[in-house]
Design a binder for this molecule. Structure first.
Ligand SMILES: Cc1cc2nc3c(=O)[nH]c(=O)nc-3n(C[C@H](O)[C@H](O)[C@H](O)COP(=O)(O)OP(=O)(O)OC[C@H]3O[C@@H](n4cnc5c(N)ncnc54)[C@H](O)[C@@H]3O)c2cc1C
Length: 299
């Protein structure tokens, strides 16, 4: 029996990583791309704008045609969303963030990358999405036999559609690529409180990050959030100001080479992950570091 891979046209790299896992399960047929090195590609004719319900119907039709042993998708927003729709409609189990599958045993990334879980999935048709950036991507172009089809869409399939793409405007250094990140948590106290972090970041050519409490409070945009549900950063230095160090935050900054924690609480969990710590009020410590840097540079 073939394995069906749902391609994400917006993310070739993660689609090819998902193909690696799919190939470990059997011969692969793809839905949604005719450029991958597989034997057969099922290409649905769909309206231009992405509609998750329409993609789910297309995938369901491909499932009915192929009768696959498993359906695999990349761990992108679209891959997870379409599998979730199909899982709900067909009452099938869906396992996200997989890194391996053998028989009914799956290995999955859990807790924001803190642990790998082995789990059993009991289903004649498991739906699996693949954890991003764990598996190698299959390279090379293919010339699969193309099976174009027009899914029978209902009005409700098109009830939700992407209306517009808005490019993110990044000023200064991007969070994911910065060599230094100055990050603030609840301890910063307010949106205005980030002024002293911005100043330090400016001197260090750093990006400003934050915890989820900060984005939830509306002090900073979600794009600045570091953590399990934010950006994963791997700078040379991560300066955590007024951040307690919850597991979900550490999941996003544990790739940093060094962590400096500035916190009033000598018992804060962040200290277990920090290489350096200053126990004190960030409203005094951060401006003091900035002043020292300015002094050192003017000499
Ligand atoms: C499913 C899920 C996903 C999540 N994803 C994320 C995520 O991606 N990123 C994330 O960050 N969180 C995430 N969270 C939330 C996470 O659990 C914590 O609630 C959050 O990280 C805490 O933010 P904080 O450290 O800013 O606040 P707090 O935990 O309240 O810590 C504030 C810290 O500031 C210190 N402090 C206070 N005043 C000062 C001062 N003047 N000077 C110095 N230090 C001071 C305090 O001692 C304390 O340690 C998630 C939670 C869930 C359930």
């Amino acid at each position: 029996m073939a394995v069906l891979l749902l391609a994400d046209p917006g993310d070739d790299e993660l689609t090819r990583q998902a193909l690696t896992l799919a190939q470990s399960l059997g011969e692969v047929e793809v839905v949604g791309s005719a450029a991958l090195p597989v034997a057969r590609a099922h290409i649905p004719e769909l309206p231009g704008a992405y509609a998750p319900g329409a993609w789910a119907t297309a995938l369901e039709e491909a499932i009915d045609r192929v009768s696959p042993s498993a359906v695999v998708a990349p761990g992108t927003n679209r891959g997870n969303e379409v599998l979730a729709h199909v899982a709900a409609r067909r009452d099938l189990p869906f396992a996200a963030n997989c890194t391996a599958a053998e028989g009914d045993v799956l290995t999955r990334v859990r807790w924001g990358g803190s642990l790998l879980e082995e789990a059993r999935i009991h289903s004649s048709l498991p739906l699996l999405s693949v954890a991003p950036h764990v598996l190698p991507a299959v390279t090379g172009e293919g010339a699969p036999e193309v099976d174009a089809f027009t899914p029978a869409l209902s009005d409700s399939d098109l009830a939700v559609q992407v209306a517009e793409h808005v490019e993110e405007t990044v000023s200064g250094v991007s969070l994911a690529e910065a060599r230094v990140v100055v990050s603030g948590g609840r301890g910063v106290g307010s949106a205005d409180g980030f002024g002293i972090l911005e100043e330090l970041a400016g001197l260090l050519d750093a990006a400003v990050g934050c915890s989820r409490v900060v984005t939830s409070a509306g002090w900073r945009p979600h794009t600045d959030q570091v953590g399990q549900t934010g950006t994963k950063v791997s700078p040379d230095l991560y300066i955590a100001c007024g951040i307690s160090g919850a597991t979900q935050h550490i999941a996003g900054c544990k790739g940093a080479k060094k962590i400096l924690a500035i916190n009033t609480d000598a018992e804060a969990p962040i200290l277990a992950s920090a290489d350096y710590a200053v126990i004190g009020d960030l409203t005094e410590i951060v401006p003091a570091i900035t002043a020292e840097l300015r002094k050192a540079r003017s000499q």
